[in-house]
Design a protein around this ligand. Structure first.
Ligand code: FES
Ligand code: FE
Length: 381
């Protein structure tokens, strides 16, 4: 999350402002998690899936958004739609698979109501004119959808917050320039690898961990080797426009810093040899490096369990050529494992009496307080 246009090398920017964390119950109370489902995950724009994967007509994917299952499907005109995955007849879940290919229509497995790829009800056994029902009234419930950065963002709210203000401005504001993100051309990148992590921790512990680098020297030896400034513990993402610079002997964002792939074709020189992390509340993390992008999407399951889907995205030419991605993937896979293990280490203590009043934010973690404010303000709405 972006906070200020401060300079990470200025002493006053590094050393001012301590504070408290949220109290333990925010991470352990199922009632608070239920409130978050309603007021955060079902109210904000939610990075549900990689839209580029839903390539042709009938291609679909389901995603859990808050307490709902959402069906994303591309229609025969190539337009992506998002719907609640609920049959309008008697409520059966329509699509049981997580992804796949539909052939012209989607048939409910209970009484065979059949929906077109645009969500319209096209057939229902025995529903003739005499029934008095109009099929047009029983199409699937549509939810708001935006495609940006090759990602399908959905919002379940009747009146969504501004996508520009809550997603686009967050990303562009972090980079300090409205067009800088275009250099990575994320919507054209190809999925090189996807790993799914089952994390036994509250989603906010994962966000907080991603936002700070106070832990980097302790748990990320491979990452600090590539990004030496991370060993100092100051979170690059708290500073507008700042990307952590590769070490002088580092040739690529890989384990050991060995060379990887050429920088993306449209990347500006000023973004070369740098790593940018961006948090898009509530559940997407972007990691930008010169030759690829790593995108995390979190799917909170319960107060103490979160599924994290992590995509490594590369230039299509790299993926089509069948290049060996393993050294690039391995670096952030290790970072993920190290981070999630740390979050899991904290989770049991969230219900300890020792943590009833919460913990402390040191100066280099002060920007996390802004995330805490963001959470509590939404819960108060
Ligand atoms: Fe779907 Fe009856 S519940 S057709
Ligand atoms: Fe980390």
């Amino acid at each position: 999350m972006t906070t200020t246009a401060a300079d990470p090398n200025r002493a006053q920017d590094r050393d001012s402002g301590t504070g408290r964390t949220l109290s333990g119950r925010f991470y352990a109370d199922p009632a608070l998690f239920a409130a978050e489902q309603e007021k955060i995950f079902e109210a904000c724009w939610f990075a549900a899936a990689r839209s580029r994967e839903l390539a042709g007509p009938g291609s679909f994917r389901t995603a859990t958004v808050g307490r709902e299952s959402v069906l994303l499907v591309r229609d025969r005109h190539g337009t992506l739609g998002a719907f609640l995955n609920v049959c309008r007849h008697r409520g059966a879940r329509l699509c049981l698979e997580s992804s796949g290919q539909l052939h012209r229509a989607l048939r409910c497995g209970y009484h065979a109501w059949t929906y077109g790829l645009g969500g319209e009800l096209i057939a229902a056994p025995n529903m003739d004119a005499a029934s008095g029902m109009d099929r047009a009234d029983y199409g699937l419930r549509r939810v708001h959808l935006r495609e940006w950065l090759g990602t399908a963002w959905v919002c379940l709210a009747d009146e969504p917050p501004s996508f520009e203000a809550t997603v686009v401005d967050v990303v562009t504001g972090r980079l300090g320039d409205r067009t800088a993100i275009d250099g990575w051309r994320i919507d054209e990148l190809e999925l090189g690898r996807r790993l799914v992590y089952q994390v036994a921790a509250n989603w906010k512990l994962i966000v907080e961990n991603f936002m700070e680098c106070y832990h980097c020297a302790t748990i990320h030896p491979e990452l600090t080797e590539v990004l030496p400034e991370f060993a100092d513990g100051y979170a690059a993402q708290a500073y507008v426009g700042h990307g952590a610079e590769f070490g002088s002997e580092v040739h690529g964002f890989t384990v050991g810093g060995g060379a990887s792939f050429p920088k993306l074709a449209d990347l500006r020189d000023e973004h070369d040899r740098r790593y940018y992390a961006i948090t898009v509340n509530p559940q997407a993390f972007l990691n930008l490096v010169p030759d690829h992008v790593i995108l995390h999407r979190m799917y909170p399951v319960s107060v103490d369990r979160t599924i994290v889907e992590c995509d490594w995205l590369f230039s299509p030419s790299v993926v089509v050529a069948g290049a060996d991605l393993s050294r690039s993937v391995e670096l952030f896979h290790r970072v993920n494992q190290q981070d999630f293990e740390a979050c899991e280490r904290c989770q049991p203590a969230m219900s300890s009496r020792a943590y009833r009043g919460g913990g402390v934010l040191v100066p280099s973690e002060r920007h996390i307080a802004e995330f805490h404010r963001w959470v509590t303000e939404r819960l108060e709405q």
